[in-house]
Design a protein around this ligand. Structure first.
Ligand code: NDP
Length: 450
């Protein structure tokens, strides 16, 4: 292994030994850019890698709020401003009880590379809290969001840092956060948050963008391998949130048959094909468990989740789209999918396949669309939302969707060219890392030692 790379990796492991998700994300990137590092010994002199793996700033803060019983509850808030190299920090906010510094850092680190791939001027950041919005009343969610923004507003701005949604943060939460920002700052600064509602500065097609973008990338990858896109293929999609729902919508539009979706409790398997309108009603309208699907479709099955291996990956499928959370697809699940004849995996969630699962897929010549490329449509459309806000202008749905499609085609082409340039044909995991790293390294060299 390249000596410089080895030293940096060992130093990162020493300094961040308790942060397993962060180490996993860094290791994946560093190991796959080895051929580039070999060609550029000058990077060591300017500590390029050391600077790339150290966040510019991490902010943690107290978030107290009063629940409906009148009790004061305290949570921890985070914002990791990892890199402003190519634009203002940009990345979502996650509200989920598992949120910790390691998860925030891994997500912010991934975001730097993803944002570079979009070709748009956006840096990398991420934030959130260990607050669980599940089961909370609207009033509780609003008070929590207001408290969160009371501190966050000191650190963000449309040219500084632009948060958006992620797990547990959708249009409702963004609305409360935006309202509080406006109230404290006394300014209408549309571009300070993305994923806004359409009535006050949101962009058409932003809600659909991550899921649609994932399927556009998958279409390119399959076409390129001579596999005739998604038509007639069976698809399983984990999650039933924003990314999963719109990936399902586009896959259905392309003639695929989606047979299973899931949430944190388990998965539903409907041999006839998933009724997406019902999923939307359950998840988008009354935020219920996915098992409610069986109230209408009595012949569908609900398979409860019993351990870390989600039952959805037991189901035979041509294409798997993990769209729930990190490390949700393990080596065991990968083995099962391969033995069942899978042809492609498209990561909608961030880092949903474990390192071992990804390696297993690649070893078995399964096409893998890596998250930082295949789910970049969400942040790309957020950047389009920011430009509409700056122009005081709204673009029609088709125009935004066309731009998204073009961006996903360009991302696919960059990943393909980078993988082929280094003799790694069809390895889009390496391709995505190499293409984005190359761009970031150039920007870093150009800006001096900062
Ligand atoms: P949502 O909160 O809308 O949905 C998340 C879904 O995943 C829910 O169905 C949830 O189930 C399920 N889920 C969450 N945690 C777990 C878990 N530990 N085990 C099993 N299932 C789980 O989030 P999004 O759809 O916005 O985000 C999903 C993924 O996509 C995340 O990794 C996010 O970082 C990534 N992503 C999102 C983007 C966006 O634009 N929204 C952009 C790029 C990436 P339940 O309802 O039971 O909690």
């Amino acid at each position: 292994m390249n000596k410089y790379l080895k030293n940096v990796l060992s130093e990162v492991k020493k300094k961040n030994s308790a942060e397993k998700e962060y180490l996993q994300a860094v290791e994946e990137v560093l190991l796959s850019i080895e051929p580039v590092i070999d060609k550029h010994p000058e990077y060591e002199q300017i500590a390029l890698l050391e600077r790339m793996v150290e966040p510019e700033r991490i902010i943690t803060f107290r978030v107290p709020y009063v629940n409906d019983k009148g009790q004061v509850i305290v949570h921890r808030g985070y914002r990791v401003q990892f890199s402003s190299l190519i634009g203002p920090y940009k990345g979502g906010l996650r509200f989920h009880p598992t949120v910790n510094q390691s998860i925030m850092k891994f997500l912010a680190f991934e975001q730097i590379f993803k944002n570079a791939l979009t070709g748009l001027p956006i840096g990398g950041g991420k934030g959130g809290s260990d607050f669980d919005p599940k089961g909370k009343s609207d009033g509780e969610i609003m008070r929590f969001c207001q408290s969160f923004m009371t501190e966050l507003q000191r650190h963000i701005g449309q040219d500084i840092d632009v948060p958006a949604g992620d797990i547990g943060v959708g249009e409702r939460e963004i609305g409360y956060l935006f309202g509080q920002y406006k109230r404290i700052k006394d300014v209408y600064e549309g571009g300070v948050l993305t994923g806004k509602g359409l009535s006050y500065g949101g962009s058409l097609a932003r809600k659909e963008a991550t899921g649609f973008g994932l399927v556009y990338f998958m279409r390119e990858m399959l076409d390129n391998a001579g596999m005739q896109s998604l038509k007639g293929k069976t698809v399983t999609i984990s999650g039933a949130g924003n990314v999963a729902i719109y990936a399902c919508e586009k896959a259905l539009e392309y003639g695929a048959k989606v047979v299973a979706m899931s949430d944190s409790k388990g998965c539903i398997y409907d041999k006839k094909g998933i009724d997406l309108e019902l999923i939307k009603e359950i998840k988008e309208q009354h935020r219920g468990p996915i098992s409610e699907y069986l109230n209408i479709h009595k012949k569908a099955e609900f398979i409860e989740r019993k351990n870390e291996d989600s039952p959805i990956w037991e189901i035979k499928t041509d294409i798997a789209l993990p769209c729930a959370t990190q490390n949700e697809l393990t080596l065991n699940s990968a083995k099962k999918l391969v033995s069942n004849g899978i042809i492609a995996v498209g990561e909608g969630a961030n880092m949903p396949c474990t390192k071992e699962a990804t390696e297993y897929f690649l070893k078995n010549n399964i096409l893998v669309a890596p998250a930082k490329a295949s789910n970049a449509g969400g942040v790309a459309t957020s950047a389009i939302e920011m430009s509409q806000n700056s122009m005081r202008y709204y673009m029609p749905f088709e125009k935004v969707d066309n731009k998204l499609n073009n961006i996903m085609v360009n991302i696919f082409t960059s990943c393909k060219s980078a993988s082929e340039k280094y003799g790694l044909k069809n390895n889009y995991v390496a391709g995505a890392n190499i293409a984005s790293f190359t761009k970031l390294a150039k920007a870093m060299q150009a800006q001096g030692i900062v």
